[in-house]
Design a protein around this ligand. Structure first.
Ligand SMILES: C[S@@+](CC[C@H](N)C(=O)[O-])C[C@H]1O[C@@H](n2cnc3c(N)ncnc32)[C@H](O)[C@@H]1O
Length: 250
């Protein structure tokens, strides 16, 4: 029996254990991803587009770097997340107390670019970021965003091929035409442990990622990063591109 998204213990997801395992000591691959996103978004907006876009990070979990990478380009950023403990973690990060220092090394990479250097990240994050509990698989294209990120979600929420494809389609369907996006996947993941609980994954490789995105994307750039961050996967795949004009049927 394959584990479907609804079967996994999302209400028991432990954000602190997740941050400890993945982000508290920044990994070279995450810093590399942040630089690639920074340069890609910087290139997309090099004509000096004002900060009027609305951004979304889908399945934000306990990771702020995708949202941080959208800060200079947005007047609002929405973090959509399904697991209640992660929603609470994100609300705390967006509160007036400011986000935890654990996220500073990621901002340090971003701020090497002038558009990011002009932003005061803690103040701006608290000002423009909002959090909402939502299910990716319920996004039906009614609400759309001008820039979007989705990191380790469509591949890391279910073992089912149809839910992976649907997750990607729902994300792409939530972007406006021309919207820059960044999305990342654990390559060939067999599932993962967070604290005391096990979570499902669908095994993807570069070809599956390309195939799932190519109907919805222009200028698709796929980076197959051969960094291993734990047992049970074979690297990380980062996809960058712009939403095309195709109509997603979600
Ligand atoms: C491996 S974590 C990735 C978290 C974060 N984006 C990151 O980059 O580390 C998978 C995330 O997907 C979220 N998730 C699982 N099913 C979801 C769904 N149906 N809709 C939205 N988020 C979901 C989980 O709660 C968790 O935060």
């Amino acid at each position: 029996m394959m584990d479907r998204n609804a079967d996994a213990p999302w209400s028991k997801f432990d954000p602190e254990a997740y941050v400890d395992a993945n982000y508290r000591s920044p990994l070279e691959v995450d810093l590399l991803i942040v630089r690639l996103m920074r340069d890609y978004f910087g290139k997309c907006f090099e004509d000096g587009v004002p900060r009027t876009g609305r951004g979304v990070d889908v399945g934000a979990g306990a990771n702020l770097y995708p949202a941080l990478s959208m800060l200079p380009w947005c007047e609002k950023v929405l973090l959509l997340e399904y697991a209640q403990p992660n929603v609470e973690y994100l609300e705390k990060q967006a509160s007036p107390a400011g986000f935890d220092t654990v996220w500073d090394p990621f901002w340090d990479q971003l701020s090497a670019h002038p558009a990011y250097a002009a932003v005061e990240p803690r103040g701006r994050f608290g000002e423009i970021v909002r959090v909402e509990r939502a299910n990716l698989l319920d996004l039906d294209g009614q609400r759309r965003w001008d820039i979007g990120t989705m990191f380790f979600v469509a591949d890391s929420m279910s073992e089912c091929p149809d839910e992976f494809r649907r997750g990607v389609t729902c994300f792409m369907g939530a972007l406006t035409e021309g919207a820059p996006f960044a999305t990342a996947f654990m390559k060939e993941s067999v599932g993962y442990q967070v604290g005391d609980h096990r979570y499902p994954a669908y095994r993807v490789n570069e070809e599956r990622v390309r195939e799932s995105l190519s109907d919805w994307a222009d200028d698709l750039e796929i980076h197959d990063l051969h960094h291993m961050v734990r047992e049970g996967h074979e690297g990380i795949i980062l996809a960058l591109g712009r939403r095309n004009s195709a109509i997603a049927d979600t």
